[in-house]
Design a protein around this ligand. Structure first.
Ligand SMILES: Nc1nc2c(ncn2[C@@H]2O[C@H](COP(=O)(O)OP(=O)(O)OP(=O)(O)O)[C@@H](O)[C@H]2O)c(=O)[nH]1
Length: 267
């Protein structure tokens, strides 16, 4: 096609330049047509140039827009990653705070606060569904003399060891916590006093078998415990008082033993 055009153009210019065709009546209209054609060809050429320039400009703009969008996307991804990390950190922090506010730092057992929370819930369950529960107060025997003889540090490890045994001996639904100092409380849902006494007898035996190492010595430890089953119309504090009283009876009875409230209020 291009070749055909070129040979046609060559023939037209040849004809227009040919002196023998000077008088040809078609020469003038052909000359005007040729001039018109060339003008049109120039315009088309210019338009096509402009169109090319516009296209490459649009392409450039498109490229820079894509780059800008990609950059913004990368920044957004970064912000999302930071936000994820921040949220995880806050969750861990909350978890650690919750753990610290509900657990004892030395033994890792539930602290008094968590025990009271659960005691309240069990009391509510008792009122609503008449589900029984018992509690046991445990106290390490002659703990002061262990501290005095072997030092506070050993006393601390003895408490940690006792906590480990307690945790291992109770059932999944029971909750054992440090009530304070060398005193522990075990909350036993769905448990009557006689069943609680069996659990505590097992715990007492396991602690008696514990041998805490102190340099060359092996220190043996015993506990006394008072058990009380929650009674209708009673508050949980009253049940604790009953268990405390039974604990006193066990101590007075010679230590390393259990006593159950209401069956042992002999003094
Ligand atoms: N090492 C250590 N000792 C503690 C901790 N909390 C309380 N104690 C000690 O536990 C001892 C309790 O002593 P007492 O209340 O006299 O009772 P006890 O010597 O165990 O005698 P009984 O309970 O009558 O058998 C005190 O000397 C407290 O200082 C603790 O976290 N770590």
């Amino acid at each position: 096609m291009k070749q055909l055009n070129q040979s046609l153009e060559a023939r037209i210019t040849e004809l227009l330049d040919d002196p023998t065709q000077q008088d040809n009546p078609l020469r003038e209209p052909l000359g005007s047509l040729w001039a018109n054609h060339q003008d049109l060809a120039r315009r088309i050429d210019r338009i096509s140039h402009i169109s090319d320039a516009y296209q490459s400009m649009a392409k450039l703009q498109e490229q820079s827009l894509t780059e800008r969008l990609n950059k913004q996307l990368r920044q957004l991804e970064k912000v999302a990653r930071i936000s994820d990390r921040y949220q995880n950190m806050m969750r861990d922090l909350n978890e650690a705070l919750r753990e610290a506010s509900t657990h004892d730092s030395l033994t890792g057992l539930a602290n008094r606060r968590l025990l009271v929370e659960r005691l309240k819930k069990e009391t509510e369950r008792f009122i609503r569904y008449q589900r029984p529960f018992s509690i046991a107060m445990l106290d390490v025997d002659h703990f002061k003399s262990i501290n005095d003889q072997y030092g506070h540090e050993l006393g601390d490890s003895a408490l940690t060891e006792i906590a480990r045994v307690l945790d291992a001996e109770i059932r999944e639904q029971d909750l054992c916590g440090r009530w304070g100092g060398e005193e522990f409380l075990i909350l036993m849902p769905e448990t009557r006093a006689d069943a609680a006494a069996q659990v505590l007898e097992r715990v007492r035996g396991a602690i008696q078998r514990l041998a805490i190492r102190a340099q060359t010595d092996s220190v043996s430890i015993t506990i006394s415990a008072g058990i009380a089953e929650h009674q209708p119309g009673e508050s949980y504090s009253e049940t604790i008082n009953q268990a405390d009283h039974a604990l006193l009876v066990a101590k007075r009875g010679g230590r390393n033993q259990l006593s159950t409230a209401r069956t042992s209020l002999t003094d």
